[in-house]
Design a binder for this molecule. Sequence first.
Ligand SMILES: *Cc1c(COP(=O)(O)O)cnc(C)c1O
Length: 426
Amino acid sequence: MELEEIYRELGISREVLHFGDAIEAGLKERFEAIDLNAEYNQMKVLKAMQDARVSDIHFAATTGYGYNDLGRDTLEEVYAKAFHAESALVRPQLISGTHALHVALSGNLRPGDELLSPVGKPYDTLEEVIGIRESVGSLKEYGVSYRQVDLLPDGTFDYENIAKAINDKTKLITIQRSKGYDPRPTLSVKLIGELIAFVKKIKPEVICMVDNCYGEFVERIEPTDVGADMIVGSLIKNPGGGLAPIGGYIVGKTECIDKASYRLSAPGLGKEIGASLGLNQSFFQGLFLSPTVVAGALKGAIFAANVYEKLGFSVAPNSTESRHDIIQAVTFGTPEGVVAFCQGIQAAAPVDSFVSPEPWDMPGYDAPVIMAAGAFVQGSSIELSADGPMKPPYAVYFQGGLTWYHAKLGILKSLQKLVDANLAKL
Ligand SMILES: *Cc1c(COP(=O)(O)O)cnc(C)c1O
């Protein structure tokens, strides 16, 4: 059967398919570069697994307290090695990216300390963790103050004001690699390294933490390669490779990781406790697959940028920019555009393709959000997913795709919905 026929059975018209294929043909070189990065990162992960002598005994389940969980301890060794760091906390008990970030922050900050974000407003859910938005149990309630220096209008660091913001109380700086729901650019690892070097020159003992969500394995280096003391992320994003059903990680200096572990479990218990409940194999295997999964997601993001830029929508990153995370923003300017796009992504899914997403008031966000996700793991955003807060400029944030082919179908399906509703013209 011809490719065109199977796409037609999936609801993609000839016109939409040909439009997509013409765009794909122009992306050959970029896709090759992505494959080379994936090859490099695959070798990096394999080396870490071999050096840590991963064996099938490490896939055994522990229950109860989880003392002497060999698999868990070896998994953490693999993460530390793969990210070229001293130590790691990789746990199903870290229930989300926000939780992992909260554990890393609250474990390392004490009353009277100050937290600084030199890259502007952090991810929405962190506003309540920090207390930027009043919230019960925030760091602010525990006497941790917060300071923020915004990026300059051109997206670069405001070094002058960052220098002024660092004071006696500054204990930890938090750098968000990915743009999240903001229109600002995503930071390259190289730029993050320059910022860390600048901060450490002013105050060497300050802890530099990077919110690494969506950035893992996009480049060949990670923030831990350029001086970050701690990197934090979610296992239902890049490093879980689509197989981890839950979890988060904190990787970095032993002292920082230990402090985070006393917050995650309890003072005195730290890393020694926490059963892995049979999840270790998914964590190992997901990490193993992550470099190629991330490559597929990146191809999808670049494809989407090129499709929608060609149709006259504003896209970030643009069609030719280099990539530092897997997120693609497309600004439709209308609520209808956001909804049509998300419904197209949903209709392309392997799971729940028959449901139609609607905006809802999601906890932690300040506007209704529409989410498309026909995922094997609930809320997984390394799987093909899209979400858009229902507020101006009416942009959608699109990410993931366990395979490039699925990401391609998702974009084509979204385009078909927009074309059918007269919201886009080929
Ligand atoms: C996803 C994300 C978070 C929060 O992770 P959750 O798992 O959604 O809690 C934090 N920061 C950034 C940059 C993210 O992309």
